[in-house]
Design a protein around this ligand. Structure first.
Ligand code: C5P
Length: 314
């Protein structure tokens, strides 16, 4: 058994449409999820005994069972006993509470890493089943890329790669949004308009904002993709946080393509056709909003999820 270092990419939502309620209390969704090259680095190594130890260089990330990566390790120990304990080290680069699936991708990295470290030979389907037990975004984070996600977010279909595009991300460091709060507030405000039965839900899926987006993705058309971006949770998060609404507007206006809020926010992004345009959008934004609380990243859309770090010696 040897240690493994893994890269765990963040995701942005190109689409998040809320269709209705599910019997399990979650929401029935249509999402288009996209991996980006802003990523955490995770190291896992074997230790004696059965203990799980987790450390992270970000002071606000918990190191106990409230951390999804810790729960991923525990789930693996329960399902595959006898392989001993492990130490997990997380180098946090993805902001937390940001709508970028930072916690989910770390958990996905632990599943993939333990499959390797314990030589389990799990299939993609095995990993997907384990991931779905941990959270709605964890299955996507394993293979990543560009995907359509239905159901709770765990029914995945791969889409055409968009790795020619860039995304400029912006987030106020001091601001984070709770995902359960965003969904619950949406339900309180808009639940009366939810599609009620399975056939009404299917009709809404077939006629909703995913239709133009999926066509734009199939053609790898950056402008058409940007014009078809859609996120229902903007209706609650941007209303509650006018500062984020203003940031979204400013950022989207800088891009020839357009932009949106990712997931439950509060990160907003603008798409760009190439690296120079992305750099220009980022520097214009930093000049127009010179706020020390504002973080800005230039990222590239990528065609994969969890992978071994280049520094891994295997
Ligand atoms: O699955 P996960 O733990 O990531 O979801 C976080 C929260 O987001 C859930 O507790 C729920 O409030 C909300 N959610 C939802 N419907 C989904 C996914 C998430 O209501 N399909």
């Amino acid at each position: 058994m040897r240690p493994y270092r893994l890269i765990a990419p963040a995701k942005i939502n190109l689409l998040l449409e809320i269709i209705g309620n599910r019997p399990d209390g979650y929401h029935e969704l249509v999402m288009v999820l996209q991996s980006i090259d802003l990523a955490d680095e995770i190291e896992i190594k074997p230790v004696s005994g059965d203990r799980i130890a987790l450390q992270c260089d970000h002071p606000q990330v918990p190191s106990d069972e409230t951390n999804l990566a810790y729960r991923a390790a525990k789930l693996m120990q329960e399902n595959f006993p006898g392989h001993g304990g492990l130490e997990i080290s997380i180098q946090k680069r993805i902001p937390i509470g940001a709508g970028l699936a930072g916690g989910s991708t770390d958990a996905a990295a632990v599943l993939v890493g333990l499959d390797l470290m314990w030589s389990l030979g799990l299939t993609q389907e095995d990993l997907h089943c384990l991931a779905a037990k941990l959270g709605s975004d964890v299955p996507f984070c394993i293979a990543g890329g560009t995907a359509l996600a239905l159901g709770r977010g765990e029914e995945l279909s791969p889409l055409t790669d968009l790795d020619q595009l860039y995304a400029v991300l912006a987030k106020y460091r001091s601001l984070s949004v709770s995902t359960p709060w965003a969904y619950q507030t949406y339900r309180e405000k808009f639940g009366h308009a939810y599609a009620q039965d399975p056939s009404a839900q299917e009709a809404r899926r077939r006629t909703g904002p995913s239709v133009p987006l999926l066509s734009a993705i199939a053609h790898r058309n950056g402008l058409a993709i940007a014009q078809a971006l859609h996120n229902d949770l903007e209706k609650v998060v941007l209303t509650a946080h006018p500062k984020v609404a203003q940031l979204r507007e400013t950022l989207a206006n800088k891009s020839a393509l357009g932009g949106m809020m990712s997931g439950s926010g509060p990160t907003v992004f603008a798409l760009a056709d190439n690296s120079q345009d992305a750099q220009q959008i980022a520097s214009q934004l930093s000049q127009e909003l010179p706020d020390p609380d504002l973080d800005v990243w230039v990222t590239k859309l990528i065609a994969h999820g969890i992978h071994l770090a280049p520094t891994d010696e295997g």
